[in-house]
Ligand binder design. Structure first.
Ligand SMILES: Cc1ncc(COP(=O)(O)O)c(C=O)c1O
Length: 410
């Protein structure tokens, strides 16, 4: 069942950073790209500019393939690194493993994803050698071919540079290539204070899915390859996958604007700061505990018991379906919305009254449950993910993370 979530200026959606619109600079760049005639299929000046900028930020020649989704970037990248009889090692909670509907298997022509667990959504490097060596050379088994890490991870953690280097070195020793799912690359970069080069090719990354959509773009991510030998294959694969846009200029204009004047870094900095602020506010709510200190724009927290009870009550008495048990953080605006829809707010569980909790434009926040079907924060078990844009966000757990981003100040 689909859910329609509307937000008002004083409310913020909780599901995902995909709830946010786009940076005005990017919208403007797309509008400007709509005038005039340029060559199609990426042979245009916008694509040339985007490629040049990516080369600059990575401090070297790179091969760039602009695509329309992060899943396409991941699937195509992995296909270039893995034969159909290969396997890709990734964390069990990774987006490629959990949320891409088998796209990596599809794009690779049948390669297998093999889970390598670890704390905080990160692969345990010490578990890699055994996984990488598993039945190597045995024609009856898939052959470990690549490792894929998410930076930032789906849990909101960030691999340190040393962790990436170590993991890459172990993978390389075992003959595996290394892919980075950088759907939230800029957020991770901001957290580490590292350079793009340090976090990728200098640390052993072969191919990067460079995310932009979740951090201010509309519909554009890019594959950035640090291995020139993969360029031709990636070009053919992208075309074959329907990812060579005829009017590539519109995707490219987004990437170009995203990288202009550090917009991408400013957006990420703001998003990360808002996640930290949200976490600080949540920590102060009695009975609420963060599962981890947010390192990027994703955070998980445990709800107060009363909220959980409210959720359970909702599940018993609610409408059922996907919406059952929806709880959320809301500003007054959303409570009014709820009343407008004829649903009395039966329980306001934890009123927040200190400045530390303030988030909405009206300056007030409340955790509400039961009957107050707010902007879409969902619970799973006792946990709730908060994400989205600006100060207030939320989302689903444990598989779908939510993020914090506010583009309004950029
Ligand atoms: C870590 C991660 N990787 C990849 C993706 C895929 O992006 P898209 O939804 O554009 O396919 C997402 C989307 O949420 C994600 O969170």
């Amino acid at each position: 069942m689909s859910t329609t979530i509307t937000t008002t200026p004083s409310s913020r959606a909780f599901i995902s950073d995909n709830m946010a619109g786009a940076s005005p600079q990017i919208a403007k760049a797309v509008a400007e790209a709509a005038t005039g005639q340029v060559l199609p299929y990426g042979n245009d000046p916008f694509t040339a500019d985007a490629r040049r900028r990516l080369g600059e930020i990575f401090e070297r020649d790179v091969d760039v393939f602009i695509v329309s989704t992060g899943s396409a970037a991941n699937g195509l990248s992995l296909a270039a690194l893995t034969p159909p009889w290969g396997s890709v090692l990734s964390h069990p909670d990774s987006h490629i493993n959990h949320d891409e509907c088998g796209a990596p298997e599809f794009f690779t022509g049948g390669a297998k994803l093999v889970s390598v667990p670890g704390d905080d959504g990160k692969i345990d490097p010490d578990a890699v050698p055994a996984a990488a060596g598993r039945r190597a050379g045995d024609v009856h088994s898939v052959q470990p071919s690549a490792v894929s890490i998410s930076q930032a991870t789906e849990s909101g953690s960030v691999y340190t540079l040393e962790e990436i280097r170590r993991l890459s070195a172990i993978a390389k020793d075992a003959g595996l290539r290394v892919h980075m799912d950088g759907a939230r690359f800029a957020n991770a970069l901001d957290h580490l204070g590292a350079t793009p080069a340090e976090m990728t090719w200098k640390a052993g990354i072969d191919v990067l899915s460079f995310g932009a959509t979740k951090n201010g773009a509309m519909t554009a991510d890019a594959i950035v390859s640090f291995d020139p030998a993969l360029a031709a294959e990636l070009a053919f694969r992208a075309k074959r996958a329907g990812q060579l846009a005829s009017k590539m200029r519109f995707h490219a204009a987004q990437i170009d604007a995203y990288l202009t004047d550090d917009l991408w870094l400013r957006n990420a900095r703001q998003a990360n700061a808002m996640a930290t602020r949200l976490g600080d506010g949540l920590k102060a709510i009695p009975g609420t505990g963060l599962l981890a200190v947010p390192q990027a724009n994703i955070l998980f927290c445990r709800l107060p018991q009363q909220v959980t009870e409210g959720r359970e009550a909702d599940e018993l008495g609610g409408e059922g379906g996907e919406d059952a048990g929806v709880v959320g953080l809301s500003g007054k605006e959303q409570v009014r919305e709820d009343e407008r829809r004829g649903r009395p707010v039966e329980k306001e569980v934890v009123p927040l009254d200190s400045g530390a909790h303030r988030a909405g434009d009206d300056g007030s926040v409340a955790v509400a449950a039961r009957g107050s079907r707010l902007s879409g924060a969902r619970t799973h078990g006792e946990s709730l993910v908060f994400g989205g844009r600006a100060e207030l966000i939320g989302g689903r757990l444990p598989r779908e993370c939510s993020q914090v981003r506010d583009m309004s100040s950029n």
